[in-house]
Design a protein around this ligand. Structure first.
Ligand code: FPP
Length: 247
């Protein structure tokens, strides 16, 4: 028999999956005469606000882009500072995430992270594994193209493959809901190698707000825009979707 926790976690798949490209920390700080690091710290405060707001706004899964495989190209000092912030986040936030029913998983590579971070991630994932209020995924050393490539390498050993099975290889999670909405802050209009497989039919929302100033009300506005869109998934307006022919 399925446990109560498993059933509640499965129910999260009925709620929205939102991905956020948290952009603009550096510009937000520089415009205020602050160090870029201060911008990233303010970015962590924004993460706290949005993680708290998300379940109240109908979000079951929230994927946040914290560090891309290309971010290693930044100056060493900034990379080190971001890794320190991640270390602090994992150490200080886990108790409150667990208390609030947030299940944390980290997606992306772990083998290139500074010493101790992979172990801290594993501890945080274990401590929050029963969370059934929000599935929070943080992308660190992440590249969607690499995730697809790695999945393809694993799939090569299989004799048959479905989209669902391939999705699990890409996302690392069985039955993960496709991304409904991708938000990018700071006015940039790019996907930057984020959720390319899971976001195939995602609606896109771009806002001028810098990530450190992004509030629950901005999330609500993005969701209001999303709910105003007509999602056709390749079908026609107001007609039920016909099944597609099998491959
Ligand atoms: C983009 O701003 C932001 C990042 C590359 C990092 C996002 C990181 C955080 C929000 C904090 C760390 C996260 C965790 C989970 C501890 P940018 O630096 O590219 O800003 P800019 O485009 O204005 O320079």
């Amino acid at each position: 028999m399925q446990s109560d926790v498993t059933t509640k976690q499965e129910k999260l798949q009925e709620k929205l999956h939102v991905g956020i490209i948290m952009d603009g920390n550096g510009r937000w700080a520089t415009r205020r005469g602050l160090s870029r690091m201060r911008g990233h710290e303010a970015g962590v405060e924004a993460i706290r606000r949005i993680v708290e707001a998300a379940p109240k706004q109908g979000i079951g899964t929230l994927t946040l882009y914290a560090f891309s495989t290309d971010n290693w190209r930044r100056p060493k000092a900034e990379v080190a500072a971001l890794m320190t912030l991640l270390r602090f986040y994992l150490a200080n936030e886990v108790a409150s995430l667990a208390r609030n029913g947030v299940r944390l998983t980290v997606i992306g590579r772990r083998d290139r992270l500074p010493d101790g971070i992979a172990a801290a991630i594993a501890r945080a994932e274990q401590a929050t594994a029963d969370g059934d209020v929000l599935n929070l995924r943080i992308a660190v050393d992440y590249s969607a193209r690499d995730a697809i490539l790695n999945a393809a390498a694993k799939a090569a050993a299989l004799t048959s493959l479905t989209r669902e099975a391939f999705s699990q290889l890409v996302t690392g999670e069985a039955g993960l809901r496709d991304v409904d909405l991708i938000i990018r802050t700071s006015g940039e209009k790019r996907l930057s190698d984020f959720l390319l497989w899971e976001g195939a039919y995602a609606e896109l929302h771009f806002t001028e707000r810098m990530w450190p100033e992004f509030e629950a009300a901005d999330l609500a506005e993005a969701l209001a825009c999303f709910h105003g869109r007509e999602r056709r998934f390749g079908g026609l307006q107001s007609l039920p979707l016909e099944p597609a022919p099998s491959l």
